[in-house]
Design a protein. Sequence first.
Length: 129
Amino acid sequence: VQAWQTVETDDLELVTDDAPAVEADPERLRQLLENLFTNTVEHGDVATTITVGRLDDGFYVADDGSGISAEEREGIFESGRSGTEEGTGLGLAIVETIAEAHGWTVSATESEAGGARFEFRDASDEPIA
């Protein structure tokens, strides 16, 4: 994944065993993934693994970090909202904009490992993966 090579991922591991092929603008998809990877690096605290995987109607990006509380998930994609003083609050807003431009919905939930999980699904019921 080209996006992985452009982000300083420290000691994180990327797992893509079940990653689907996705119909998308390659540059925008790269930017979407870069923003999610960067978000994990900056906010993941104890994250060691990021997984990109397949959903029946899309794909997900998940980590095994400290996660995002249910309260914090409210409005997480709002422009200007950041969990740190150093953050611009643009990363996840850009992720949502790119997803919507491709006809996808994006939602934040908890990963199986207790970290953050971002799910991308086709809003038109056409498979994206």
